[in-house]
Design a protein around this ligand. Structure first.
Ligand SMILES: Nc1ncnc2c1ncn2[C@@H]1O[C@H](COP(=O)(O)OP(=O)(O)OP(=O)(O)O)[C@@H](O)[C@H]1O
Ligand SMILES: [Mg+2]
Length: 239
């Protein structure tokens, strides 16, 4: 679903990604752990080309993202759902309008009925159909994350990138969002990258975990495997 090879990105002297590579397989939920500032958000933004890497190769669904025209890029972005770190809802639009926005922008639905269907299905998936007419300011942090997730799902993407889906939430709500990510994987048959510092989320929602440190991946394993590691850098995440 995603293949990244030898990816480099620096901002001035500040080298963020220093030869990153990985594969995301179909149906897999890959967790990426890393300290704050290690480049997790930069990596995900490179995958959808919101940030232009300096060097390397990124294939999404077999296609070379870095060689695409803007038209081709917009086409492939329909297959990629992105849950932004801050939620990134439009404050001046209610929930329904926030969800309709990507559908209209990509002209994915042909009529009003189909637009409604999609909006309602996505809201049902995250258990918030009754928030459809609310404004973002009326939503709690956890609800905003859920609506952000509904918006990421609205185009029924094949790949979903979750950037810190549970940050800032209490432990119970984090657990619920993590379960939701798992449900989405099954319901939408999606493959996902889940960036997180939340070990509970990593435990519940991921099949495999990679740790980003000093611009490259340290290691890879399941939650259970890594939790038993004696390596100091890996242990630090499980304290
Ligand atoms: N557009 C940009 N211009 C310059 N520097 C940037 C830019 N975007 C990110 N950086 C730098 O790249 C580094 C990695 O940032 P990034 O947002 O990827 O961290 P992160 O691993 O997602 O951290 P967090 O866990 O806090 O979200 C930081 O040092 C940041 O200052
Ligand atoms: Mg980040």
């Amino acid at each position: 679903m995603i293949e990244v090879k030898d990816l480099y990105k620096a901002f001035g002297e500040n080298v963020i990604l220093n030869g990153v590579g990985f594969h995301l397989l179909k149906g897999e939920n890959l967790g990426i752990l890393g300290k704050s500032g290690s480049g997790k958000s930069v990596l995900t933004k490179c995958i959808v080309r919101l940030i232009e890497p300096d060097f390397g190769e990124i294939k999404v669904l077999g296609k070379d993202i870095l060689k695409m025209s803007l038209n081709e890029l917009n086409e492939i972005r329909k297959d990629i759902g992105y849950l932004f770190q801050g939620g990134a809802l439009y404050d001046s639009m209610n929930v329904r309008e926030n969800l309709e926005f990507p559908i209209r922008r990509t002209q994915m639905a042909s009529n009003k009925h189909e637009v409604n269907e999609r909006v309602e299905q996505a809201l049902r998936s995250v258990g918030l159909l009754d928030a459809i007419n609310k404004m973002p300011t009326e939503l709690s942090g956890g609800m905003k994350k859920r609506i952000g997730l509904a918006r990421a799902l609205i185009l029924r993407p094949k790949v979903i990138l979750y950037d810190e889906p549970t940050t800032g939430l209490d432990s119970v709500t984090s657990g619920e969002i993590s379960e939701l990510i798992l449900k989405v994987q099954e319901e939408y048959n999606a493959s996902s990258i889940i960036i997180t510092h939340d070990m509970k989320c990593a435990k519940i929602a991921t099949d495999k975990i990679k740790i980003l440190e000093n611009g490259t991946f340290l290691t890879e394993g399941t939650y259970d495997e890594l939790s038993k590691s004696t390596d100091r850098q890996i242990r630090a995440f499980f304290m």
